[in-house]
Write a protein that binds this ligand. Structure first.
Ligand SMILES: [Zn+2]
Length: 637
């Protein structure tokens, strides 16, 4: 059965179940090229004939009331007022030929989940649309937020060249949900919980505990010195587990009668029952009674458990949204996917990026790795290149920190901003005695992770961000050069420098561990040369192995049983100078390419000794290769 999943709760939008709420949905949508004009549709039903069509795996078109105030079952709904929205980010190229009349694309939410999201706080649907657009989405139409939708999605493992051990979350199809052990939880309406309406009206009164107030013997308890009113003011600021711990540790706190204000605080933002939003509509007669009964109800009520699950997912989505709400993308806009009417980009650039996909491929739609660029910005570096510091902004997506924007600040306090300048910043302070000569970037497939400044005295600043072992790219920054950056709705994905003069080969490619230090001659092929591959996700890294002829004592090659060379190592008298290209033994098995290093093959090493200290020198290294890479390496001394 084909179906599609709710963007928020990860459960199928379907009429296959008896529960009416599961079939009702809304979409947030845009009609290209007006990507910035995002709208909310009226309520549609997956149960109505012709309400949605399937066009192959994962390509679903919904017919929705254009007006957000309308429902599919309104008597006066004009059928001609419906719009056709392809669910998901944009449309795969292969689909656009089949149904060119479908002019909108968007993301679906159960109508109930949308209402629940609105209870959490204000949502700017343009920001939400961009955030959804920026995330990977797989065949079953489930957005990869990095969580398992509170148990509503199952893990699915896969291998691709860019992610040899990748995994993602797949939505349960309706037939799986029927049999799934937790199905009644996921199928329970999180918005409509009649028991809660009853509880808020409950008038049961709880008497204060009959514990005697502690005597002076407890004077060693520091809380004894505080007036009761102060204690009663402190407790509502603590989480319930902390209050329970404190009551275990302090007899004074244990004997304290917790006031209504304490019990009421448990239903506020940040506490365990913030999702019981009914209290904002009807103040309960007793907060304590409501708290006690809610604790009982939450163990029994699947609807309340589902409410808590979807609320938690909504908080996560809101957190992503809030990072960029009201934050404009700074710099001069150039024509891009989201902003096609801006100035055309007609400069020549060298661009540092990993995983940024061309939007002409279906890979761009079925994003299993890599990222989609939505906006492009340009700035010009000043002449002379004097900065007091570089402020690097970050956003956190899927619990990982990404660079979102840059601010180049001059000694006079003027600055040039590029991208999303968020409140979360790290500053690289530059010495007044040196000026910036380049930028080093640490690149992941999902965006730029860290940045460091290279100075004209050949030193590198500390990194801002999390460079870890991500591939590096160096860009030299001549004064007055234009800088181009591409973004999704939250992250910096690529950084380009205008090509004014010949760009050093070292600046045109990835380096696996680090960019070779200044002064090391290195001339990789321009534009990747024979390394160039069409798919941005399988671009190779360049590695540099530096050997010191005077202390070289051996060269080893590591080979698979097919005699494919997997690694070459230069060994020195001081092993800390040893330098490796590729892999050491045992060789890593790559599931996506079983033929390269078969699982049962016998790897072996072959080495020669070199008497570097005695004056022996390498005169030539020959490589024989076929399409898969090097087969044979010969070293002459
Ligand atoms: Zn939902």
């Amino acid at each position: 059965m084909e179906t599609f999943m709710c963007t928020l709760c990860g459960v199928a939008v379907s009429s296959s179940f008896g529960e009416g709420w599961l079939k009702e949905f809304r979409v947030i949508y845009a009609q290209p090229p007006s990507w910035g004009d995002v709208k909310l549709s009226g309520v549609c039903s997956a149960g109505e004939t012709g309400e949605y069509d399937i066009h192959g795996v994962g390509v679903i078109v919904a017919r929705c009331p254009r007006d957000a105030g309308k429902r599919y079952d309104d008597q006066d709904l004009d059928p001609d007022s419906k719009i056709m929205v392809k669910l998901g980010p944009d449309a795969p190229k292969s689909f656009q030929n089949i149904a060119p009349s479908v002019s909108c694309c968007g993301f679906a939410f159960h109508a109930a989940c949308w209402d629940l999201l609105a209870k959490i706080g204000h949502i700017d649907i343009s920001v939400l649309f961009g955030v959804c657009f920026s995330m990977p989405i797989v065949d079953a139409g489930i957005i990869q937020w990095g969580h398992n939708y509170g148990g509503a999605a199952r893990p699915q493992h896969f291998s691709t060249p860019s992610q040899p051990h990748g995994s993602r979350w797949a939505g349960f199809m309706p037939e799986e949900l029927f049999s799934h052990i937790k199905s009644s939880l996921f199928r329970s309406d999180p918005m409509n919980i009649p028991d809660l309406h009853y509880l808020t009206r409950c008038a049961v009164r709880f008497e204060p505990p009959a514990y005697p107030w502690p005597s002076r013997q407890t004077a060693r308890d520091v809380f004894y010195r505080l007036p009761v009113e102060i204690l009663q003011a402190i407790l509502p600021t603590l989480s319930s587990p902390d209050v329970a711990s404190l009551r275990s540790a302090s007899r004074v706190v244990a004997c304290l009668d917790l006031p209504e204000s304490f019990w009421a605080s448990r239903f506020q933002d940040g506490y365990e029952y913030a999702h019981i939003f009914e209290t904002s509509l009807q103040r309960p007669r007793s907060w304590k009674a409501l708290y006690m009964f809610t604790r009982i109800l939450e163990r029994q009520s699947h609807a309340l458990q589902n409410r808590a699950r979807v609320w938690e997912l909504g908080l996560k989505l809101k957190k992503l949204h809030d990072q960029v709400e009201g934050v404009s993308c700074q710099g001069l806009p150039l024509a891009s996917k989201f902003e096609p009417d801006c100035i055309a980009d007609d400069r020549e650039w060298v661009v540092a990026s990993d995983g940024l996909l061309e939007n002409t491929s279906d890979n761009w739609y079925y994003l299993r790795g890599g990222c989609r660029g939505l906006r492009i910005r340009e700035i010009q570096l000043p002449t002379p290149m004097e900065f007091s510091h570089l402020a690097v902004s970050f956003t956190v997506v899927d619990n990982r920190k990404f660079v979102s924007g840059l601010q180049f600040v001059t000694p006079g306090g003027e600055y040039e901003s590029l991208g999303y300048i968020a409140s979360f910043k790290q500053t690289i302070t530059l010495p007044s005695t040196a000026s910036m000569s380049g930028l080093h970037l640490a690149l992941s497939k999902s965006g730029i992770k860290a940045i460091a400044v290279e100075l004209d005295n050949r030193t590198l600043s500390p990194w801002a961000g999390e460079p870890k072992t991500y591939p590096r790219w160096r860009l030299s920054t001549p004064a007055g050069a234009y800088v181009k950056a591409e973004f999704d709705a939250m992250r910096l994905l690529s950084l380009g420098l205008e090509v004014k003069a010949e760009v050093p080969g070292k600046d045109r490619c990835f380096w696996k561990s680090d960019v070779p230090a200044p002064g090391i001659l290195c001339d990789p092929p321009i534009d990747g040369g024979s390394f160039r591959r069409p798919d941005a996700l399988s671009r190779p890294l360049l590695e540099a192995a530096i050997f010191r002829p005077a202390t070289l004592v051996g060269v080893a090659a590591y080979l698979s049983d097919l005699n494919a060379v997997a690694g070459i190592e230069f060994m020195h008298t001081d092993s800390t100078h040893d330098s490796l290209l590729g892999q050491r033994m045992p060789l890593e098995r790559r599931p996506y390419s079983p033929n390269l290093y078969p699982p049962h093959g016998e790897d072996h090493a072959s080495s020669i000794s070199v008497d570097g200290p005695g004056g022996e020198r390498i005169t030539e290294i020959r490589i024989e290769e076929n399409m898969d890479g090097p087969l044979k390496i010969e070293v002459r001394i």
